[in-house]
Ligand binder design. Structure first.
Ligand SMILES: C[S@@+](CC[C@H](N)C(=O)[O-])C[C@H]1O[C@@H](n2cnc3c(N)ncnc32)[C@H](O)[C@@H]1O
Length: 255
């Protein structure tokens, strides 16, 4: 066994199957396939090839697959995750690629970004929303960090139907709420795939409605469950139009 293979074993288990510069893979037997390379192949054309001078925030970076890909394109990346195990993998991998100076990894909660008071050109929020007990709060916080592009992915309830919500729903007209295309978050009380940190599954209509409500416009959907968005100047976040006080109370006060 080579030193590299020994390091991979010591740092495991791996969720990301990274292809290291010499071709060695960190989890070639991943049950989802070559994960997340097969997703990146579809997402990659939707992001600029040259990211020199651009800033990127990767929330829930895990072993850093996406951070590494965007750093390879020239971006300065900030990458956060709650799990030190994954951050150790990510820091080790960045060294192998010679990209350690382009990516700043740090342990942190998505909610802590409420006090970041800054924006990044591109924000990746992949595979994290459904892990949050407070998903709308998480999305409100994340949307405030976006200067140009937000890419979101969530585990979803199956179904592509989209019910266009009326401006107002009358109390005596509740039937639309039960239609398949009504924006819906399914609550997971116990566990999903053996993981008790999975709390919610939105349907597609819900993802798009929540994004609109945070002031985001979906510009493309490169693959199932992935949304590439940009701030919508014509429809700013509802947070500022009616519930700003609630946001600041939930996030520990105005800066
Ligand atoms: C399903 S993995 C997704 C990893 C990667 N973003 C991807 O799409 O391949 C979820 C990651 O989010 C991290 N995570 C979960 N809850 C988080 C939170 N509240 N704040 C930041 N990271 C979180 C987990 O530790 C894990 O690395």
């Amino acid at each position: 066994m080579s030193d590299l293979e020994r390091d991979i074993e010591r740092l495991g288990p791996w969720f990301h199957n990274l292809h290291l510069p010499d071709g060695t893979q960190t989890n070639p037997a991943h049950p989802l396939g070559d994960f997340p390379s097969f997703k990146w192949q579809k997402l990659a054309p939707h992001l600029p090839e040259d990211l020199s001078g651009a800033t990127v925030l990767d929330i829930g970076c895990n072993a850093g697959f996406y951070s590494l890909e965007l750093a390879k394109r020239g971006a300065e990346v900030t990458a956060i995750d709650v799990d030190p195990h994954y951050l150790e993998q990510a820091r080790w991998a960045a060294e192998r690629y010679g990209l350690a100076r382009s990516i700043r990894f740090r342990e942190g909660q998505v909610y802590e970004l409420a006090r970041a008071n800054r924006q990044w050109d591109i924000v990746l929020f992949l595979g994290v929303l459904y892990h949050l007990r407070y998903p709308m709060l998480g999305l409100d916080i994340v949307s405030r960090c976006v200067r140009r592009t937000l890419v979101v992915q969530s585990f979803e309830v199956p179904g592509d139907e989209i019910e266009h919500a009326p401006e107002n729903l009358e109390l005596e007209n509740r039937e639309p709420l039960a239609r398949p295309g009504w924006p819906r978050l399914a609550f997971i009380e116990h566990s999903l795939a053996g993981d008790c940190t999975n709390w919610w599954a939105p349907n597609r209509a819900c993802m798009e409605a929540m994004l609109r409500s945070t002031g985001m416009r979906v510009v493309s959907r490169p693959l199932e469950e992935f949304y590439v968005c940009e701030p919508d100047p014509d429809q700013p976040s509802s947070m500022w139009s009616w519930n700003e006080d609630e946001y600041w109370a939930a996030t520990g006060g105005r800066p």
